[in-house]
Write a protein that binds this ligand. Structure first.
Ligand code: SF4
Length: 345
C-alpha cells in the first residue's frame, strides 16, 4: 500500500521544495603509511534530485555510499565541492549565515542516535523550547508552553514528559523527542538520517507510522536516508539508489521495487526479507567489496562487482537516462525510452 500523499494538487502545482543539482562532495585525505600522500575521497559525485512538498524521497545504499554526506551537505554541515542546493527557489549552498537562517527553520533533521543528539542535562520541555526560542516563534510564555504541549501530543508523548530528562525514556521515546524537536520550527522538510536504524523492529514500525501520520498532518516532505529497503518500501513515494557516491537508479516506489533495472538495485532488492519464506526468489549475491572512494573504478563504478558488465563499462561512465515514467537508470544495458539525460548542466 502506498503512503498517503498530502495534496496531489500541491504536487502538481508547486515546484520542487528542494533541488539538489550536480552535487559533488570530495574530502581531502592522506593515504596510509609514513609518507602517505594527499588524496581525495570521492564521497558524492554529480548527484541530482528533487523533492516535492509533502513527498517522501528515500536514498538507499550500502554504508559509505554517500547518502549521509548528501544529508550533511543539504544541512550545510559541510562546504560542498560543487553543484547547487536550492530550497524553495533560493540557493542555500552559498547563502550567507543571515540569509540561511530563515531557511534553516524550514529544514530540520532527525539523526540515528537520539540520545547523543539530546542534551542529557536538559529537560525535554527545555529541549523543545530551544528551537522555538531561537527562531522567535512563541508570542509569550503561555504560547511557548502551548507549543511544547502540542509537540508532545503530536509525537504521542504525555504532557508530563516535558519535566523529565532524556535518560528517563526508552530508545523509541527518545526518537519521538527528536522528532518533536525537529517539528518545533514548523519545517517543510525533515531529513531522517538512518532515524529508525537503531530501533527494535516493533519500535521501528511505530516510529515509521508516526512519521507518516505527521507527514499527513503537517504536509511535510521527508528525505529518508536508510539502508533498510523493507522500511523504505513501507513509507516512501520515490527511491534513489546510490552506489559509491553516485545515484545509479531513481524512480517511483512501484517502478523501483517491481521493475528495478540496475543490477545493483536488483541485488539489493533480492536481499530484502519477504513475508513468505517459501515464495520463490533468487538471491543475487554480489562478489567482492565496495571499492574505496579514494580511488573509485573507472567507467561505471559498479563494474568491478557487476555480474553482467561488458568492456564498455570499464571505460565509459553511464549517464542517468530515462527508462520509464519518472524512472532513471545509469547502466549501459538498461532499456531507455528517450535520449534526455537527468543530468543538469
Ligand atoms: Fe553493470 Fe555495466 Fe550496467 Fe555498470 S553499466 S551496471 S557495469 S552493465
Amino acid at each position: 500500500m502506498s503512503p498517503p500523499v498530502i495534496s496531489r494538487k500541491m504536487f502538481d502545482m508547486a515546484g520542487p521544495l528542494l533541488s539538489v543539482v550536480n552535487l559533488t562532495q570530495h574530502f581531502d585525505a592522506r593515504t596510509k603509511g609514513l609518507f602517505g600522500s594527499r588524496a581525495k575521497i570521492h564521497a558524492v559525485d554529480d548527484v541530482s534530485f528533487e523533492i516535492s512538498p509533502g513527498e517522501t524521497l528515500s536514498i538507499v545504499g550500502e554504508s559509505g555510499c554517500g547518502k549521509s554526506t548528501i544529508a550533511r551537505a543539504i544541512l550545510r554541515l559541510t562546504k560542498i565541492t560543487s553543484g547547487q542546493i536550492v530550497l524553495d527557489g533560493v540557493r542555500i549552498d552559498d547563502a550567507s549565515v543571515g540569509a540561511l537562517r530563515p531557511k534553516r527553520r524550514r529544514m530540520q533533521v532527525v539523526f540515528q542516535d537520539p540520545f547523543s543528539s539530546l542534551n542529557p542535562r536538559m529537560k525535554v520541555g527545555q529541549i523543545l523550547a530551544e528551537p522555538i526560542r531561537n527562531f522567535g516563534l512563541a508570542k509569550d510564555r503561555k504560547d511557548m508552553k502551548a507549543r511544547i504541549l502540542r509537540l508532545l501530543d503530536a509525537v504521542k508523548l504525555p504532557a508530563g514528559a516535558a519535566d523529565r530528562l532524556p535518560h528517563e525514556f526508552s530508545g523509541g521515546q527518545r526518537q519521538r523527542i527528536g522528532i518533536a524537536r525537529a517539528l518545533a520550527t514548523e519545517p517543510d522538510l525533515i531529513i531522517c538520517d538512518e532515524a529508525v536504524s537503531a530501533l527494535d523492529v516493533s519500535v521501528k514500525a511505530q516510529i515509521v507510522n508516526l512519521l507518516q501520520d505527521l507527514q499527513a498532518e503537517f504536509g511535510l516532505a521527508l528525505l529518508f536516508i536508510s539502508h533498510d529497503l523493507a522500511i523504505v518500501e513501507h513509507l516512501t513515494h520515490r527511491v534513489a539508489v546510490m552506489y559509491l557516491g553516485k545515484i545509479v537508479e531513481i524512480g517511483p516506489k512501484a517502478s523501483i521495487f517491481q521493475g528495478a533495472q540496475h543490477p545493483y538495485t536488483q541485488a539489493l532488492l533480492s536481499a530484502v526479507p519477504v513475508p513468505d519464506p517459501e515464495a520463490p526468489r533468487q538471491r543475487r549475491i554480489l562478489k567482492g567489496d565496495v571499492p574505496s572512494p579514494l580511488n573509485p573504478p573507472s567507467g561505471c563504478r559498479f563494474h568491478t562487482r557487476c555480474p553482467v558488465a561488458i568492456d564498455r563499462c570499464k571505460a565509459e561512465i553511464p549517464e542517468l537516462l530515462p527508462s520509464g515514467s519518472g524512472h532513471y537508470v545509469a547502466c549501459h544495458l538498461a532499456p531507455q525510452n528517450g535520449s534526455q539525460s537527468l543530468r543538469q548542466n
